[in-house]
Design a protein around this ligand. Structure first.
Ligand code: FES
Length: 265
């Protein structure tokens, strides 16, 4: 067989830049655009330290709100504010965003997405890798990707907190009610829970280390259910990304007086 088929000394089996001629770059380019836009928006929103609460809605970027200076301290308590030399008052968003941020950053699905689109390693199937060598996730800093299974527990805590916020979104100053914001916050929790419980680590937690499923029927049933969710993990990954950003945007625009909340009930 010729070398163009077997590959060169580096083990490359792709002659030229790519074996493909169609617009394979469209998907990685879209990922860069969408993921990049989310990172820019969420960082900007976290720095704002304003317009994240309008009764009874609290932005997911600021939940739980842990500082004394919070517009709506979660559970009615607030920790002393943190001030840094140049920055001044630290936004309460930065006290908590590391949790969901770490979970999403180390997600197996997002790793595939951003390794391909941001690092071009490789950008797509049958496209040449932009990098000379590959060391996997065995060295610093990528070895920290293995924290994902622990970040899952943190994410579950956030799902509980956001569920509580969604419940509070039914409590208006004049009693029980439903506004568009209530639906927006509830839908956000649904998508985030779908993303969290369809996680590969969750699936392993439910069904891993079981040699005989017939001896663990409950775990088998849970594992079957999570496996079905797991098939839709990429979908939940994107839906929850959009929903969390749009929920913050909705509450922000309400708080700024740009839009008005429609009361359904
Ligand atoms: S694999 Fe994506 S959240 Fe765990």
């Amino acid at each position: 067989m010729s070398q163009s088929i077997l590959g060169n000394q580096r083990g490359e089996v792709i002659p030229g830049a790519a074996l493909r001629t169609e617009t394979w770059w469209l998907l990685p380019a879209t990922v860069v655009l969408v993921l990049g836009a989310f990172i820019v928006y969420s960082t900007w929103a976290a720095f704002q330290n304003a317009h994240y609460f309008v009764a009874p809605y609290l932005s997911p970027f600021y939940s739980p709100c842990l500082s004394k200076s919070c517009l709506h301290p979660s559970f009615g308590v607030g920790l002393p504010d943190i001030r840094m030399p140049i920055i001044g008052l630290v936004s309460p968003a930065f006290l908590i965003l590391w949790g969901p941020g770490l979970f999403r950053l180390t997600c197996y699905y997002y790793r595939k997405a951003y390794y391909r689109s941001f690092w071009l390693s490789p950008p797509s199937c049958a496209v040449r890798d932009a990098h000379e060598s590959y060391t996997g996730e065995t060295r610093f800093p990528l070895v920290f990707q293995n924290l994902h299974r622990y970040a899952w527990y943190v994410a579950v805590v956030f799902i509980c907190l956001l569920t509580w916020d969604a419940i509070l979104a039914f409590r208006f100053s004049n009693g029980f009610g439903i506004g568009v914001g209530t639906l927006v916050m509830s839908l956000n929790v649904f998508f985030l829970a779908g993303y969290t419980f369809s996680c590969h680590s969750c699936r392993h937690l439910c069904g891993g280390n079981v040699n005989r499923f017939h001896q663990a029927p409950l775990r088998y049933r849970v594992w079957r259910f999570v496996s079905r969710l797991n098939e839709r993990h990429p979908l939940f990954a994107w839906l929850s990304l959009f929903s969390v950003g749009l929920t913050d945007l909705y509450i922000r625009l309400l708080s700024m007086g740009v839009i008005r909340d429609l009361r359904i009930l």
